[in-house]
Write a protein that binds this ligand. Structure first.
Ligand code: CO
Ligand code: CO
Ligand code: CO
Length: 317
């Protein structure tokens, strides 16, 4: 959300100024680089799973720009006391997702640090004419979301041992799932805008899409796909700290219908790890694109619509 100075280079098609997912740099008329970097401390104890989730999360920003991942580099920090087997398992989990993405692992950098952290720097390619940004949503568009919300709340609960291994496993699977399938399905459709739902939660990322696109967004809170167990946990106040920051970030320019239960509102602000893609799609093709996505990604829902800019950026109903 921090704003850095705009670059004067005309080949930098997407830079810092729109809070987008990755940068896009044009090399030739039909070829642009997409670059992103993401790394964080473990949200799960299992090292292989952590590696998978961190890598899927990093790769996701390439898909959110309409790109195809080509090369990836490891970023790894770990304390001297971590066993070599654990380190190897983290890297093996990451490699698994890089390979599933059809990219190659091309190197990396490792340093010693007190807290382990892992992620990737990823380079992808895209046709400059087919770049997806978070700034292209148009009034009348429908919004589609491909993965359920609640991973932040449920990971917090899992760490606090309020969720069994079995209850957590679909959540882990969702975080480890690549957004590749969604990106491939929408390729033959005219998508207006896209972003992936990560640390700023659905509210924060939808807000930035509205702001960047010069429009307002209506979210239909009851339609939002979610892990049902997240609701009672949110009612207990079991929220990651980021949820409060996300809610505060959007508050001034958001309008919430008073009927929305508190826990559902909290869920919309829940920071996601490796969340789904949020697409703004033309109204007349919304239903078809939603059905195509649901065939492979059954969590996909139509969760809102884009309207002309109002006094609010987000209206949650
Ligand atoms: Co992103
Ligand atoms: Co990112
Ligand atoms: Co984008």
């Amino acid at each position: 959300m921090s704003k850095l100075p705009r670059s004067a280079d005309p080949n930098l098609l997407v830079g810092f100024d729109h809070s987008d997912d990755a940068c896009v740099y044009r090399l030739t008329e039909h070829l642009a680089l997409v670059q992103t970097v993401d790394f964080f401390p473990p949200m799960v104890d299992a090292p292989y799973l952590f590696g998978q989730i961190a890598a899927a999360n990093a790769l996701s920003d390439i898909y959110a720009m309409g790109g195809i991942p080509r090369t990836a580099m490891n970023l790894l920090c770990y304390p001297a006391c971590l066993s070599p087997e654990t380190v190897e398992a983290i890297l093996a989990g990451g490699l698994n997702k890089v390979q599933e993405a059809g990219a190659v692992l091309a190197g990396g950098h490792t340093i010693q640090d007190e807290e382990p952290k892992y992620g990737l720097c990823v380079t992808g390619v895209v046709d400059p004419a087919r770049v997806l940004t978070n700034a292209g949503a148009k009034p009348g568009d429908l919004l589609l979301l491909t993965k359920p919300l609640g991973t932040g709340i449920l990971t917090t609960a899992y760490k606090a041992e309020l969720l069994s291994e079995q209850e957590f496993s679909p959540v882990a699977a969702s975080m480890a799932a690549l957004n590749r399938t969604a990106a491939e399905i929408v390729q033959k459709f005219p998508i207006h805008a896209c972003t992936d739902i990560t640390g700023f939660g659905l509210l924060g990322h939808a807000y930035e899409m509205a702001e960047g696109s010069g429009v307002s967004i209506r979210l239909f809170s009851q339609e939002v796909p979610r892990f049902e167990q997240a609701i009672p946990l949110a009612e207990m106040g079991l929220l990651p700290a980021g949820a409060y920051a996300n809610a505060a970030y959007v508050e001034k320019q958001s309008d919430f219908s008073p009927q929305i239960p508190r826990a559902l509102r909290d869920l919309l602000a829940d920071p996601q790890t490796s969340g789904g893609l949020l697409f703004a799609v033309p109204h007349d093709q919304g239903k078809e694109i939603c059905q195509r996505l649901q065939e492979k990604l059954p969590w996909t829902r139509m969760i809102g619509e884009v309207v002309d800019r109002q006094s609010y950026l987000l209206r949650v109903e």
